[in-house]
Design a protein. Sequence first.
Length: 72
Amino acid sequence: MAKIHSASILPAAAMEKLLKKAGADRVSEDAKHKLREVLEEYAEVLGAKAVRLANHAGRKTVKASDVKEATK
């Protein structure tokens, strides 16, 4: 059985929608939970980079441009 984090932010239903949009006919519960885990981990890393960029620019507010730059 998949390891489910109680502190998850993204809903499993959204993971199913993303996988179906990518072409999946059916999506297992394990796949939904694994995608959520991977996306949340990536989002935390990306968010931390965006925060560092905003701080470096002397801002407390993270802007879309910080997030975009953090992906590079």
